[in-house]
Every structure is written in structure tokens, then in C-alpha cells.
Design a protein around this ligand. Structure first.
Ligand SMILES: [Zn+2]
Length: 153
């Protein structure tokens, strides 16, 4: 599962095997990506001098993808899209890339012998990339998903 959300609501709901492509609000990492992995951090730093240093000596920063930065784990996301049979996209505008491109990648994959990916959108409003989906289902995910899971099994 891949989310653009930076909160921990998926984890609190029990989601597993999750990619936070835009990072995680409650963790920090080295500003130089020196190789020290991100770590859980819910501290409030009120001044610059309070911001701790990484083991390499650089400052730490929120483990969030800022505008203009490349989303996290894109290689893993592309591998999963390439091997999926069903792509379910929930509640996005279809306007922010690269996430808005996931449905196109699934639709255009060219693996020999692979079946077409069934691509479902669920959300309260029609997304801008609606034409790329097998089906667009307007409604709240909590109501639509249980029915959809029965259909796509
Ligand atoms: Zn570092």
C-alpha cells in the first residue's frame, strides 16, 4: 500500500507493508541522507539550537518530502504497480504527479503475458485523470471499499 499522507493514521488503523511516498510527520532524518535511517521523533524544537545533530554531524530535518523534492521509495512503488492485478486509488485529485501517474503506469505496463490491470478510483469527486480508470466509484471509501473488495476477489 502506498499513501501520500504524512500522518500515522494508516499505522493506527493496522495497515501493513506501507510506503509513505511523501514521508512521515512523526519521524526525522539526516538532512544530508548520509545513510543513518530515519527515526521516530515527536519532539518540538522551538529554536534552531535545539535541533539535534545526526551521527555524521549534519542537522536533522523532518522526514517529509518538500515541494520540489523527489518522493520516497519510487522504485518500490513502480515494482508493485508493475506486478499488481488490481490498482485501487482512493481520494486523490488526480492532479499531483507522480501519484497521478500511477494509474497510467498500470494501464501501460508491458510485461509479456500480463493481464490488464483493473484500475478503480474511489473518492467523493471525479479525479482529473478519471479516463484512465477501469471504473470510477464516487463515494466515501469507508462505504465503497467493502463492496469493492467483494467484487475484485
Ligand atoms: Zn547524517
Amino acid at each position: 500500500m502506498c499513501t501520500q499522507n504524512v500522518d500515522d493514521l494508516h499505522e493506527r488503523a493496522g495497515s501493513r507493508n506501507l510506503v509513505h511516498m511523501h514521508g512521515e510527520l512523526f519521524s526525522s532524518r539526516c538532512e544530508l541522507n548520509c545513510g543513518v535511517p530515519p527515526f521516530s521523533d515527536q519532539s518540538l524544537y522551538e529554536t534552531v539550537t535545539q535541533i539535534p545533530k545526526c551521527a555524521c554531524g549534519a542537522k536533522i530535518r523532518p522526514n517529509i518530502v518538500w515541494f520540489g523534492e523527489y518522493p520516497l521509495e519510487m522504485d518500490r512503488i513502480m515494482v508493485e504497480i508493475d506486478r499488481c492485478d488490481v490498482l485501487i486509488v482512493i481520494g486523490t485529485s488526480g492532479n499531483v504527479h507522480p501519484a497521478a501517474s500511477f494509474v497510467h503506469w498500470a494501464n501501460q505496463r508491458n510485461r509479456p503475458g500480463a493481464a490488464k490491470v483493473r484500475r478503480y478510483y474511489i473518492g467523493p469527486e471525479r479525479p482529473l485523470n478519471a479516463a484512465a480508470f477501469t471504473e470510477v466509484i464516487l463515494g466515501k471509501a469507508g462505504r465503497v471499499l467493502p463492496k469493492l473488495f467483494q467484487i475484485v476477489r
